[in-house]
Design a protein around this ligand. Structure first.
Ligand SMILES: Cc1cc2nc3c(=O)[nH]c(=O)nc-3n(C[C@H](O)[C@H](O)[C@H](O)COP(=O)(O)OP(=O)(O)OC[C@H]3O[C@@H](n4cnc5c(N)ncnc54)[C@H](O)[C@@H]3O)c2cc1C
Length: 370
């Protein structure tokens, strides 16, 4: 039986971030995952470190502000992995939000970024856009705006945080099947395929598996999640020269994300409420077609994508805290759910974005009193 101060279950970005933060303050931390580091949602995202322009529309100013602050910190902390990029936003006659509304949103976004912003939003010259984005339809193009956010590689970032944790003396065990968790006044006792472990504190950072984990190990909880999946399509080559923020006629959004380092382009994402277990999850053909239709609506006929052009598809699940309402209106803010027994503590992490893992880890440390 090995004893630690804290055991963290789940080596996604949140589990790795929490483990690193606690190890930095001198705690002996064990990080366990049933698969590998960053193999869950933390390698299925849009790979953006962003404030979330569209969260302005739902009034989630606190989330946008926190995210922009974390964005600036991450660009400084991992300059080789998190880089500022300019996003282009073409506005057509049929766009559901008029240019003035988007300009107001971008102005607010710049303001919330404050001096932290790496560059301001601006109006682009339509003639330049037509030359550089030559596959895009020019019919009814009204204006082109651009703004700055950041881009990363989600799995690499998560792995880097796990490496930093290990450099601080932390222990990572992957491909570990936790068979049981018993909680008594002395702490948590875990039996697993890698041995037996005990600790006074358990942090449950199992992301979209959280309800399944709580049920399997009989852990108490105040919240449940809505599993909202999103897919991305991968195409060979660089479809566009810069990142693009696109609107659909139904007021949803999607990104076109060129990755010159891999010579590929990502297009995503979608939203679908899932009622299956995480193991049963798979991308639906209807969502693939939806993304193809959305992007083709903006392309000149000769440049349309076919199903056969899709090189790969990946799917991830947003673990959103369960509330009634439209999926896109459910807050992306995370919740920390603390349970105590004597001097022992169980903390569940519900939700959270890649972008905000630093703030989340700091709050976890505060809640745990470390
Ligand atoms: C489609 C999509 C696009 C997104 N785009 C962005 C974006 O551009 N920017 C952004 O900031 N955020 C984005 N997000 C959100 C972000 O990706 C996630 O919120 C974040 O990765 C969640 O990290 P996590 O550590 O909580 O969960 P995960 O990365 O899922 O990690 C949970 C870990 O728990 C492990 N686990 C599960 N059960 C057990 C068990 N029984 N024992 C041990 N380990 C277990 C899993 O193997 C997994 O590794 C996106 C999410 C989705 C779905």
């Amino acid at each position: 039986m090995q004893t630690f101060d804290v055991i963290v279950l789940g080596a996604g970005i949140n589990g790795c971030g929490v483990a690193e933060n606690l190890a930095r303050s001198g705690k002996q931390v064990l990080l366990l995952d049933k698969s590998g580091v960053g193999q869950g949602t933390s390698s299925k995202s849009s790979r953006l470190i962003h404030g979330g322009l569209r969260y302005l529309e739902t009034g989630q100013l606190h989330l946008v502000h926190e995210s922009l602050h974390d964005r600036q910190r991450l660009v400084k902390k991992y300059p080789d992995l998190v880089e500022y990029k300019r996003f282009f936003l073409p506005i057509y006659k049929s766009s559901p939000r008029p240019a003035w509304m988007i300009r107001t949103g971008l102005w607010m976004y710049d303001l919330l970024s404050g001096s932290r912003s790496a560059g301001k939003s601006r109006l682009e010259r339509i003639e330049d856009f037509k030359i550089r984005f030559s596959a895009f339809s020019e019919n009814n193009l009204r204006s082109v705006l651009s703004y700055v956010d950041a881009k990363t590689h989600d799995r690499e970032l998560t792995r880097r945080v796990a490496d930093d944790f290990q450099k601080l003396g932390g222990t990572v065990i992957v491909h570990c099947d936790v068979e049981s968790i018993n909680w008594d006044d002395s702490g948590f006792h875990l039996k697993s395929s890698a041995g037996e472990f005990t600790s006074a504190v358990l942090v449950n950072a199992s992301g979209p598996w959280i309800d399944e984990v709580n049920e399997r190990y009989g852990l108490p909880t105040r919240f449940h999640i809505r599993k909202v999946s999103g897919i991305h399509l991968i195409f060979d080559g660089l479809v566009v020269p810069e990142l693009m923020f696109m609107q659909t006629r139904e007021k949803r959004i999607f990104f076109i994300i060129p990755e010159p380092e891999n010579d590929q382009t990502l297009i995503g994402t979608t939203e679908r409420e899932e009622n299956c277990t995480m193991d049963e999850l798979h991308a639906q053909e209807a969502d693939v077609q939806y993304l193809l239709d959305q992007v083709n609506a903006y392309l000149k006929p000769g440049h349309h994508f076919q199903r056969k052009d899709v090189r790969d598809i990946y799917i991830g699940v947003r673990p959103l805290v369960r509330k009634k309402g439209k999926m896109s209106d459910v807050s992306r803010e995370y919740k920390l759910d603390l349970h105590t027994r004597g001097n022992t503590k169980l903390l569940h992490i519900f939700g959270g974005k890649l972008t905000t893992y630093l703030s989340l880890a700091e709050k976890v440390a505060k809640v745990l009193g470390g």
